[in-house]
Design a binder for this molecule. Structure first.
Ligand code: NDP
Ligand code: 8X3
Length: 249
């Protein structure tokens, strides 16, 4: 029987690429995001390959999260794989000038949103004694870089939550792991720099990871045999050695 995967942040970047990759492998998809028009476009593109259901909600809104998950039709209600991917950086500022709005956005989306979605889905996994949760962390969850302060904190939290989930869900046979990419060329920097020109220079002079690179890795992780759990992966492009060391042309 085909698996069903729920992907948050499926309207763009890594989440969108993962939806396309999963569709190639006939995984039933629940694709989530706030931009409904994009969800519908992606659904139309993928429906030829697999069954697709869309859920439009903001991960910051716990009531909306609960309502969205409760609304799933029977054909999609058993979620085998949860990809907690929705998230972004907001701003790149030293701690003394960073804004509360940016800090709230990062903690509310990257940390609390991930928890809200997980909370709504874990009970069915514990009941069935099976499931696989993949949290998209970051190299920023392993290493703090200048001006990364709160974004790095949010991704360190994602790693701590991943470890905690793996421990607590161990008795239920649920797999939990994190995939931690370095720089991936998506809309990430457009969001971080709020459309400012700075976003255009982030991926110039070297070949950054592409969303498809991470999507293929996620597909590899979910397709391992049932006794294999890839617990933690750090993925850089060849040009990147650490958060601050990138070999440019
Ligand atoms: P994108 O900006 O391309 O995609 C972000 C996705 O998150 C979008 O689909 C967006 O959908 C969704 N999202 C953002 N805020 C919310 C919200 N409040 N509620 C629901 N969905 C939301 O970025 P990436 O694909 O690069 O990022 C995906 C994940 O990968 C993030 O967690 C990011 O931190 C992580 N990551 C990214 C790296 C990079 O260099 N790009 C490197 C390491 C990790 P919508 O706007 O429609 O709601
Ligand atoms: C995204 C990678 O280095 O821009 O998590 O923080 S980085």
């Amino acid at each position: 029987m085909s698996q069903t995967a729920l992907i948050t942040g499926a309207t763009s970047g890594i989440g969108r690429a993962t939806a396309f990759e999963f569709a190639k492998h006939n995984i039933n998809l629940i694709i989530c995001g706030r931009r409904e028009d994009r969800l519908e476009t992606i659904k139309s593109a993928l429906e030829k390959s697999t069954n697709v259901h869309t859920l439009c909600f903001d991960v910051r809104d716990n009531e909306a999260v609960k309502k969205a998950i409760a609304s799933l039709p029977d054909a999609f209600s058993n979620i085998d794989v949860l990809i907690n991917n929705a998230g972004n950086a907001h701003g790149l500022d030293p701690i003394e000038t960073g804004t509360i709005d940016d800090w709230d956005a990062m903690m509310d989306i990257n940390v609390k949103g991930l928890l809200y979605v997980s909370k709504a889905i874990i009970p069915q996994m514990t009941k069935r004694q099976s499931g696989h949760i993949i949290n998209i962390g970051s190299s920023a969850g392993k290493e703090v870089y200048p001006k990364g302060n709160v974004y790095c904190a949010s991704k360190h939290a994602v790693l701590a939550i991943t470890e905690g989930m793996r421990i607590d869900l161990n008795p239920y046979g649920i797999k939990v792991g994190a995939i931690n990419p370095g720089m991936v060329e998506t809309e990430f920097s457009q969001v971080r720099f709020k459309g400012n020109e700075a976003a255009n220079n982030v991926y110039t002079g070297f070949k950054a990871l592409q969303a498809d690179d991470i999507a293929e890795i996620i597909q590899f992780v979910v397709s391992r045999p049932s006794h294999v759990n890839i617990a933690d992966l750090l993925v850089f492009c060849t040009a990147q050695a650490s958060s601050t060391i990138v070999k440019k042309d």
